[in-house]
Ligand binder design. Structure first.
Ligand SMILES: [Zn+2]
Length: 440
């Protein structure tokens, strides 16, 4: 199974290509890193690996995560708490990590745990928001000790977080001094690619966003920004008042720049770039959805379903967005607000919360739409010949239904194996891929 030129046909009860209807008793044929065919009849020269009662899917795409929280056993704060109160919890937690002499090491451990957890859940591409410097070889840090490069078993787009709540030129210049080297490191890295994330409209001044737009004009990169996440954000943008204003006072930050603003302006400012992810979008207005729909080929809203539920937000306007033509992808967000990093669990949550959305569409949101959002659709997101063999294998339940989508999204079965570039990066002991995974 190790020769790169060897054809391997993975046979399963179902193959779910996403870009085409599910195939019963079919194979994904791989040669080296690539998918060569999706077929009911494997070629005669292929080695056949029979996986039994599983479905083979394209690797899941988690378009929004904060891996720094991955070592948390419990979410921060309490269910239903307002976002500004949760941000206070994050700031306190970060302060504790910063004061810990082993803080840098524990951050690296958290990232490593998060990456391992992601592949255990069938994820093969991540959109990570980073608050630490990533080097080209996957090494983390810049200030403290490091344990060497992270093992990056999957495709990671690292969005360096930028925070400058005011127009103070020095603060914006500082941010951009972080941004430039990050993009340069990502450019030459063989293991991850770089993007930038002005944090949110209340923490990234429009002039910081403008600096990002100018940098993008020189050489494009993906951008992610949290947007329309809470009612408090809308109040602060419109009037400069409310719990976010109180938080700024408490942090002794200069007076807010907000006045009569809306998420629409952020969409107009950043929505014309090559790839922009607007994260959450819990409270987008109809005209904002229309503006996103006009820019659907270069933008995506990233819905983080269980994080949305944790904060007890108003019902998510998923159907409205899809009907308006907005591109929607899915994310877990970090373990600071989510119980785990399972994108499969997010899709199942969406299936329960939005029964009017077809299951096939939900599966697309967690695969192909995510790949598009991260600019990876030419190589990932569907089981299409010529794409990279990034695969998730999910156990199927025995029971009355034989509908592949029902079995995947209305059950609680587990991911049994994950392949990245044709190699198993995770496999349970029960699958025939386990020995192969261990031999690497
Ligand atoms: Zn986030």
């Amino acid at each position: 199974m190790n020769a790169a030129s060897q054809k391997v046909a993975l046979r399963a009860r179902y193959v779910v290509p996403v870009a085409a209807p599910p195939l019963h008793n079919a194979c994904v044929v791989m040669r080296g890193e690539q998918i060569e065919a999706v077929t009911a009849t494997p070629p005669a020269d292929a080695e056949i690996v029979d996986l039994g009662s599983v479905a083979i899917l394209p690797g899941l795409v988690n378009a929004h995560v904060h891996l720094e929280f991955s070592a948390l056993e419990e979410r921060l704060g309490e269910a239903g708490m307002p976002l500004p109160a949760w941000i206070r919890e994050v700031l306190t937690w970060r302060q504790r990590v910063a004061n810990d002499p082993d803080g840098a090491v524990s951050t690296q451990d958290a990232l490593a745990r998060g990456l391992a957890e992601a592949v255990r859940h069938g994820t093969t591409a991540l959109g990570e928001i980073a608050t630490v410097n990533w080097r080209r070889n996957g090494e983390i840090g810049g200030t403290g000790p490091s344990r060497g490069p992270l093992d990056l078993p999957l495709d990671v787009t690292v969005f360096r977080e930028l925070i400058a709540p005011t127009s103070e030129p020095l603060r914006i210049a500082e941010c951009m001094l972080t941004a430039g080297p990050h993009l340069a490191e990502g450019e030459v890295s063989k293991t991850w690619s770089a993007g930038l994330s002005p944090h949110a409209p209340y923490s990234a001044h429009p002039q910081l966003c403008e600096a990002v737009v100018r940098l993008h004009a020189r050489s494009p990169f993906p951008v992610a920004i949290h947007l329309a996440e809470s009612r408090e954000e809308l109040e602060w943008l419109a009037h400069g008042t409310g719990p976010l204003a109180d938080l700024f006072d408490e942090l002794e930050l200069p007076s807010p720049f907000a006045a009569s603003r809306r998420p629409l302006e952020v969409i107009e400012q950043l929505g014309g770039l090559s790839n922009t992810l607007f994260v959450h979008g819990n409270y987008l207005a109809p005209d904002e959805m229309a503006a996103l729909a006009e820019r659907a080929s270069t933008t995506a809203v990233v819905y983080c379903p269980r994080t949305h539920a944790y904060f007890g937000h108003e019902p998510y306007p998923l159907v409205e967005m899809l009907n308006a033509g907005v591109s929607v992808a899915l994310g877990t967000d970090g373990r600071g607000s989510n119980p785990d990093l399972s994108l499969l669990a997010e899709m199942r949550h969406v299936a329960r919360q939005h029964p009017e959305v077809p299951l096939a569409r939900i599966l697309e949101l967690g695969t192909l739409a995510g790949a598009r959002a991260l600019g990876r659709e030419a190589k990932a997101g569907s089981l299409t010949p010529g794409k990279v063999a990034n695969l998730a294998m999910i156990a199927l339940p025995e029971g009355a239904t034989d509908d592949a989508y029902d079995m995947l999204l209305r059950a609680d079965t587990e991911v049994v194996a994950t392949l990245v570039r044709g190699r198993p990066v995770f496999a349970t002991d029960e699958t025939p891929l386990a020995a192969w995974a261990k031999s690497d």
